[in-house]
Design a protein around this ligand. Structure first.
Ligand code: PCA
Length: 335
């Protein structure tokens, strides 16, 4: 993990410097709906973020986290923040790819399969993504990746042919498309409703991280997890533009500084927990293994189709993100 103390120190300094200014503002309350369960690492990180803001502003900005889709369901959070029903929120970015394909830049199969590459891709995408969010009346604060995505099933999968006809839970356009290309049947289910969907037979397989397998104790219904490292989807934290503009500059700087720290800390936590989650799946009785050669080759073929489709749908902005990502990778390789 490239984790720069200097960046953190800069953020702390920025926060401290602006603290005095923030003390004069009127008390402000922000509701922060989050989609994933209270114990999930994203939600924990969001809670630390909210606490840090409260401390740094001495209670002048009070951010109240509502985890597990308790205030707004995952699928409603973005709209709630866009329309000002909530001031700030968190959601998985690729679930909005049905509004604009650019939201799916993190789910292009096998484009960025490690934390290091995910970081490079994020840096390349961020300026383009901020412009897109602006059109949706949102201001970006930070983003944290989930661990890499692998396949869960209740039988061994040796090739994609073994997925034909199975009910495959999706959480985004990309995951639904993957199901279709594998001749499985896509069913959209929120992470918070996954256990129920698995136990009632609404879904019997899905693609996700070890984090969600662990959070939802999927070993109660499923038997296999195949490590595929298809992509690292991101959650992002966004603020309603008006709510943001109503904050004085000093408080905006406090929030920006803490966002920087939350992104670093959340990303480090995600990476740190990746292996641990897989160990938990395994110690609870699941077979956790690398996808075999045929299954891997089949996923790569599906990935190539999905990449071509995404590039077409995401247009010039999508292409610019990929070009900037490739250029950044090349620069890193030459350093
Ligand atoms: N967990 C979330 C999104 C990606 C992930 O790893 C889910 O399965 O809904």
């Amino acid at each position: 993990m490239r984790y720069s103390m200097a960046t953190l120190t800069k953020a702390v300094a920025l926060t401290t410097l602006t603290l005095a200014g923030s003390l004069t503002m009127a008390a402000e309350k922000w509701d922060m709906p989050m989609a994933y369960t209270d114990s999930n690492f994203h939600t924990q990180n969001g809670k630390s973020f909210a606490e840090a803001i409260e401390i740094a502003t001495q209670g002048k900005l009070d951010v109240k986290v509502h985890g597990g889709g308790s205030l707004f369901k995952g699928s409603e959070i973005k709209r709630a923040v866009q329309t000002g029903q909530a001031q700030i929120g968190e959601r998985i970015l690729s679930s909005h790819a049905n509004e604009d394909a650019v939201f799916g830049f993190d789910s292009v199969p096998f484009l960025a399969t490690s934390f290091a590459d995910s970081e490079v891709l994020w840096k390349a995408a961020r300026p383009h993504f901020e412009k897109l969010l602006d059109k949706h009346n949102l201001v970006l604060l930070y983003s944290v990746p989930w661990p890499p995505q692998g396949i869960y099933a209740k039988k061994p999968l040796n090739s994609i042919a073994d997925m034909e006809g199975i009910k495959f839970r999706s959480y985004s356009n990309a995951t639904a498309r993957l199901a279709e290309l594998a001749k499985a049947i896509p069913v959209q289910v929120e992470a918070s409703e996954l256990s129920q969907a698995l136990s009632t037979g609404v879904a019997e397989s899905f693609i996700s991280s070890g984090a969600t397998g662990y959070d939802r104790k999927v070993w109660e219904q499923l038997t296999h997890h195949y490590v595929v490292n298809a992509w690292l989807p991101r959650n992002y934290i966004f603020v309603n533009k008006q709510a943001w503009n109503e904050l004085d500059e000093a408080s905006q700087n406090v929030v920006r500084g803490i966002s920087l720290m939350a992104e670093k800390a959340g990303t480090a936590r995600s990476e740190q927990l990746t292996g641990w989650y897989l160990e938990q799946l395994s110690s609870n009785g699941m077979t956790v293994t690398e996808a075999g050669p045929q299954l891997k080759a089949d996923f790569e073929a599906i990935g190539a189709t999905m990449t071509a489709e995404w590039l077409k749908d995401a247009g010039d902005v999508g292409q610019a993100i990929i070009d900037d990502y490739r250029a950044a990778q090349q620069k890193l390789a030459h350093n």
